[in-house]
Design a protein around this ligand. Structure first.
Ligand SMILES: C[S@@+](CC[C@H](N)C(=O)[O-])C[C@H]1O[C@@H](n2cnc3c(N)ncnc32)[C@H](O)[C@@H]1O
Length: 243
């Protein structure tokens, strides 16, 4: 399934059409509550590759010198919006399995910030090429449901976050037991549907993985799914962090 999902997104970011792309972009950003003033700062063509499941910007507030991992960054739109809205000097590492996505993310960071404060890593999210405790923040926007093995992903997130670090994510949560055709349709995995947990299962999975819930906010999407924004704190406390 991971191979199918990677190839799906490689095609999509290389310029293929269809799938969720038609449903994303600026109209979705506005619908999800991304601030209009911020949205206007981003050149129009950067929006077409934005495929979020929720507005996570209000959930993260990196301080000077901190590191943010944007896991499954896609075209990196959240990372440039975060930099445009931030007051502090922090670094964002954009990571994705799909190289064409990273190239777009890099192009946007170069254009808007001369690349300053950004890194780009092509890697598998279930096997992160970072030392333990490398990040204060991890963003997962429309990515969690793409992992058939949630425990493996949560263990990796736990490993590379500092104690007290925060994972801020957005994804679909299932409202009902999904009909069998979701699991049988490989593209429905890539659309963040087939891998959806219920909100209770999501909370249980993070709590079992060493996190405490800070917040979950759900908005009904249709009979099957709620769009859900969630934040969890890795147990422990960040040492030496400025308030
Ligand atoms: C729905 S898109 C969301 C992209 C971006 N976060 C956004 O909001 O526009 C999902 C992204 O996750 C990436 N992805 C999927 N599986 C992954 C994995 N196992 N490891 C790393 N990235 C992955 C895809 O290549 C794609 O760029």
């Amino acid at each position: 399934m991971k191979k199918h999902i990677r190839e799906y997104y490689e095609r999509l970011y290389r310029g293929g059409s269809g799938g969720p792309r038609a449903l994303g972009g600026k109209p979705l950003a506005l619908e999800l509550g991304y601030p209009a003033g911020l949205i206007d700062l981003l050149p129009g063509e950067m929006w077409q590759d934005f495929l979020p499941c929720g507005n996570i910007l209000s959930r993260i507030d990196p301080k000077a010198g901190e590191r943010v991992l944007n896991l499954g960054c896609g075209a990196g739109v959240d990372s440039v919006l975060l930099k445009l809205s931030a007051r502090a000097e922090f670094r964002v590492v954009n990571l994705d399995t799909a190289l064409p996505a990273l190239l777009k993310a890099r192009g946007s960071a170069l254009r808007l910030f001369s690349g300053h404060g950004f890194e780009f890593v092509c890697a598998e999210g279930g096997c992160l090429p970072f030392l333990p405790g490398s990040f204060e923040w991890i963003i997962l926007n429309g990515v969690f449901n793409l992992f058939p093995e949630k425990r493996e992903l949560i263990e990796e997130i736990n490993r590379v976050l500092k104690p007290g670090g925060i994972v801020a994510g957005a994804d679909l949560c299932r409202r009902v037991i999904l009909p069998g055709y979701f699991a049988a349709e490989p593209d429905a995995w890539a659309w963040c549907m087939s891998g959806a947990l219920s909100r209770e299962e999501l909370i249980e999975a993070f709590e079992a993985g060493g996190f405490s819930k800070l917040d979950t906010a759900a908005e009904n999407m249709d009979e099957f799914f709620d769009r859900t924004v969630f934040t969890f704190r890795k147990n422990g406390s960040l040492e030496g962090r400025k308030p």
